[in-house]
Ligand binder design. Structure first.
Ligand SMILES: [Zn+2]
Length: 234
């Protein structure tokens, strides 16, 4: 690869490696963010169930208050029963008492149901906390793995960068500038292989005259569609 295209391809290959390594490096923190997002989702579920539990407890207190009021009423009616003078008044009070006792029994059933719902919330919360602890442990393992991995990748990237620096010194300044412009303008790939007469980046057919020039390896030939510097398949 001592000719012009060969020297360019060396830089091109290093750029491809750099792109691959950088993209891998950038994808790893995203994996970690995904795990963090999973943890916050689970935590949000816990908050929702805790709010539901708070509502249930408020209802329980409210119903218990109603029961207390009814019990006081019953006591009052029973006290009044001893003071009434007619049978009719006595029976009227008795009917009030029975009504209150029926309401108390209904409210006590309601309290029982609310206590059961409260217990279900506790079970749900403990399940969520268990899942959260597992997810957090997984996240810590991944965090350590990613930190270690990134350290290694950064080292590899530095090595590729210094190799690239060295490879670019073999290119003339205007050629390097042209290459760099293509690199930034063509989505990070400044060169394209020609296989079976076609540009492998944009699939356009390369004309025979261009193929002839390419086979010499010392002329810059650009794809007429995507503009990348072409090189022949090895
Ligand atoms: Zn092309």
């Amino acid at each position: 690869m001592s000719n012009l295209i060969g020297r360019l391809r060396k830089v091109h290959n290093l750029d491809n490696e750099l792109r691959r390594y950088r993209s891998y490096r950038d994808s790893r923190p995203a994996e970690l963010q995904e795990k963090e997002r999973e943890c916050s989702d689970i935590d949000r579920q816990r908050v929702l169930v805790e709010e539901k539990k708070k509502d249930i407890n408020l209802k329980i207190r409210h119903v218990e208050g109603q029961v207390r009021e009814l019990e006081e009423k019953v006591d009052r009616f029973k006290g009044q029963q001893g003071q009434v003078k007619t049978n009719q008044e006595f029976h009227a009070l008795k009917s009030e008492i029975l009504g209150c006792e029926a309401d108390i029994s209904r409210l006590e059933d309601q309290t029982l149901e609310l206590f059961e719902s409260n217990e279900l919330c506790d079970q749900e919360i403990s399940g969520i906390e268990e899942r959260l602890a597992t997810k957090k442990a997984e996240m810590e393992v991944l965090r350590k793995e990613v930190e270690k991995d990134l350290l290694g990748i950064d080292q590899d990237i530095k090595e590729f960068e210094s190799k690239r620096e060295e490879a670019t010194t073999l290119l003339e300044e205007h050629l390097l500038e042209d290459y760099e412009n293509l690199l930034s303008g063509c989505g990070g790939t400044a060169m394209s292989e020609v296989a079976d007469g076609f540009c492998q980046e944009c699939s356009v057919q390369v004309i025979p005259n261009q193929l002839n020039l390419l086979s010499r390896g010392d002329t810059i030939v650009k794809c007429k569609l995507c503009g990348r510097i072409l090189y022949l398949q090895d």
